[in-house]
Ligand binder design. Structure first.
Ligand code: GDD
Ligand code: MN
Length: 382
């Protein structure tokens, strides 16, 4: 049985059509189902509208009414659901109900723990406004940086449209905050089998978005708390310490070479190369010690060094370009500082993901199967 949670706040205009279309899509998947609307005492009477729909004889429709608190609305619904598959969806037709059929089928076919309806997988595209696309892109970039490894291979970890196997997720481990429940599930429960189904994010049919200015701050705090829970924050801190030691090396070498009138670009390059050697040693023995120990042996170390070196060269390119372009305008020290900052962000993301990926044992839960590649959407036969 699948339980679909639809959180609502002032969604009266759409709710009847949304639940009926969702019910049709779930019925088409062949799975038994229930739909639980979690309404936070909407002043527009969404709850009363749902009661009216129930009175008309929709036995699969349930209503939970409560005071307003978006963060817990969906999890409250899941914890009172009867299904072994749990799902959630917006009540405004931004998430097309018909996609539910493909999601349930995909879960069955791929034996997936989580099925994400993705705005960016396959041929589907987002119908969202440009500003929203930019914000989503920035959010995904921040998540990729703060949670490297957790979201690898997923095109839309910010989606609010997904389903999962109840047994794969410990609901009590979630610390819901704001809108982004999916990354909460992915980061804290590490479900091994994740699959994506493409969909087109539509424009809202009625009402307006409840995502306000607070959402971005909430999201950043959620990311930080997840990064702390997964150990990424500690790695980042250590990477920063090692990076600082590299900065000292970089500054000292650069200042010395400038003192001897070495030309600008070669001096910057050589100083940064010395810093790279220093940083590899520090990261191998301190920042990513667990990953290094999980894959010992000279060949592995050499392979990591070349990876680290290649990423550092790209970072060096960013660094050198910044120094060369900005020194005439702002002087070499501020230019070098900016260049190092730019290179560091890139270096952490690339190395934490590809050079020293977290060994399975150190993860919150073992992640022993690869992310399943998204397959093209197969629409339900009507
Ligand atoms: N119960 C309850 N309480 N529901 C709420 C509340 C609340 O305080 N605030 C919003 N909702 C409901 C809305 O009625 C809607 O059904 C759903 O939650 C999503 O809210 P929207 O206002 O439509 O948010 P959005 O479209 O800007 O953001 C959505 O899309 C993102 C990208 O896919 C959400 O689904 C996000 O979770 C998702 O990340
Ligand atoms: Mn919406």
């Amino acid at each position: 049985m699948i339980s679909l949670i639809i959180p609502t706040y002032n969604e009266r205009p759409c709710i009847a059509a949304v639940v009926d279309q969702a019910a049709a899509a779930l019925a088409a998947s062949g799975e038994s189902f229930e739909i639980i609307v979690v309404d936070d005492s909407s002043p527009d009477g969404t709850g009363a509208e749902v009661q009216r729909l129930q009175a008309e004889g929709r036995a699969w429709l349930r209503l939970i009414s409560r005071p307003r608190d978006l963060s817990t609305a969906v999890v409250t619904g899941w914890s009172q659901a009867r299904g072994d598959l749990l799902a959630c969806m917006d009540a405004d037709f931004q998430h097309p109900p018909a996609t539910l059929t493909a999601m349930v089928r995909r879960q069955r076919d791929a034996d997936a723990d989580v099925v994400i309806a993705s705005r960016y997988a396959g041929a589907a595209h987002t119908g969202a406004a440009a500003l929203r696309r930019v914000l989503t892109g920035a959010a995904s970039a921040a998540a990729g940086l703060l949670l490297p490894g957790v979201l690898t291979g997923l095109t839309d970890p910010m989606s609010g449209f997904f389903l999962f196997r109840r047994s794969a997720v410990d609901l009590s481990a979630l610390r819901p905050r704001g809108y982004k429940l999916l990354i909460e599930i992915l980061a804290r429960c590490r479900p091994p089998r994740v699959s994506e189904v493409p969909f087109t994010f539509a424009r809202r049919q009625a009402g307006r978005s409840k995502a306000g200015a607070g959402v971005a701050t909430q999201f950043l705090r959620q990311l930080l708390s997840l990064a702390a829970a997964t150990g990424e924050l500690r790695k980042m801190f250590r990477f920063g310490l090692v990076g600082l030691s590299g900065v000292v090396v970089n500054f000292a070498a650069f200042a010395a070479m400038r003192h001897w009138d070495a030309p600008l670009a070669p001096a910057a390059a050589l100083a940064a190369a010395l810093a790279i050697a220093n940083n590899f040693a520090g990261n191998e023995t301190f920042t990513f010690r667990a990953a290094a120990q999980a894959d010992p042996g000279a060949r592995a170390v050499v392979r990591r060094f070349f990876r680290f070196f290649a990423f550092s060269l790209i970072g060096l390119g960013l660094n050198t370009a910044a120094v060369a372009m900005l020194t005439p305008a702002i002087g070499w020290a501020p230019a070098l500082t900016l260049g190092i900052g730019l290179a560091s962000g890139w270096n952490f993301a690339a190395n934490a993901t590809l050079t020293w990926p977290a060994p399975a044992a150190s993860r919150i839960r073992p992640r022993n199967a690869a992310v399943l590649a998204p397959e093209p959407l197969r629409m339900a036969a009507k």
